[in-house]
Design a protein around this ligand. Sequence first.
Ligand SMILES: C[S@@+](CC[C@H](N)C(=O)[O-])C[C@H]1O[C@@H](n2cnc3c(N)ncnc32)[C@H](O)[C@@H]1O
Length: 423
Amino acid sequence: METLSKKIEAECRVFDGYCRKTGYPTPSSERTTPTFALPHEAPTEVHVARERIMSYALNLFQLAAGPSEYLANLQTGYHYVACLQWLLRFKIFALVPQQDQISYSDLAELAQVDEGRLKSVARMAMTSGLFVEPSPLYIAHSATSALISTNPNFRDWAMVLCTMSAPTAAAMTEAHAKWPHAKGQTETAYNIAFDHDIDFFKHLSQSPVLHKQFAGYMRSVTASRGTHMDHLLDGFDWAKLGNGLVVDVGGSTGQASIALAREFPEPNFIVQDRAEVAMGGDAYIESLQDSRLAGRITYQAHDFFLPQHVIGADVYLLRMILHDWAFEDSVKILRNIVAAMGKTSRVLIMDTVLPDPGQALVAKERLLRVRDMAMMQTFNSLERSLDDWLAILERVDPRLEIRNIVQPHGSVMSVMEIVLEQD
Ligand SMILES: C[S@@+](CC[C@H](N)C(=O)[O-])C[C@H]1O[C@@H](n2cnc3c(N)ncnc32)[C@H](O)[C@@H]1O
């Protein structure tokens, strides 16, 4: 344990040294602490130091707790989720003032909840960093609760976590007992949790509320460090495309294409998605009133299980698509694209390439494994290792070759550049 604590000390010196040098605020529990513990542009070694601090601290905690306290500490996880759901449901995030404190009794009256329950729930949540009690019997925002209260995308993420992801995870065992070898998307934990027999995206499209929350969740995922859109910009030499054409397959509201178009003035983009998603695209671009986007991004309704009708594009981008789909479905999606590829076309798959177990820092690996679990529970799909990716490509067309794999620092995903080897 002493060795670990010395390692933490050394990494904290790197982290604090960077903050002192640049004036970036050191992390604190203050309401004003920045949303990102480090700015994206901090040097790689400082980002690595941060990941090591989290991993070693987690190791240290587990060692100090010991086997006898494993279960006791495990209980905190599901109670944190239950408290988050309660605090969202009774609008506590919105009712606590942004810059001031409020007494539990006033807050309970405003929220129309029992004061004793409010105290219990809030005080449990506080042990995870949500809200603070600055003086006895008063509650105020912490930086984390303020973020959820003021940023609608993070609020949507919190809602999706409580109302969709957690019940789905809880239904996993029942689903696997009922359908031990299911591969399709309609025999999943999600189907058990929500008691229906349609796939996830169809289910979303039937509920405007879920659909909106999921879109907000995707936007906040895009803004969080591991899946930040900047990694897409860093993961490929976009400038070399000139005024080429990028087809953003399953591009949702077009966040990837928008980020690329803002940074690179030449390429044009077609965002393809299911009809109900693509429908709002043009109005969305207009609403952004950004001259860099004008006339460069179009939206198309396209089912990626049908033949790709944009022939010979420079790039077919599949960002966070194939991890939703099991082996055979992924093969079908790619075959439709391969049939449309020209000599210089390439497919860019941006998805996780899983490390071997224990090979990455635990703070990183456990978040990758969360993604793997979520894919299994929602889609009977998975996150993939490099060998898994190679097996898919081989099945699609043996001429497909991975030319390059880039995992930008801090990204949970890699960008795989895939070309069709010419005979
Ligand atoms: C996880 S999101 C990824 C969105 C986007 N590529 C990004 O990086 O933000 C998956 C997208 O696939 C779309 N999708 C699902 N099934 C589809 C289908 N059969 N054809 C086209 N798009 C589909 C969904 O509507 C959703 O927008």
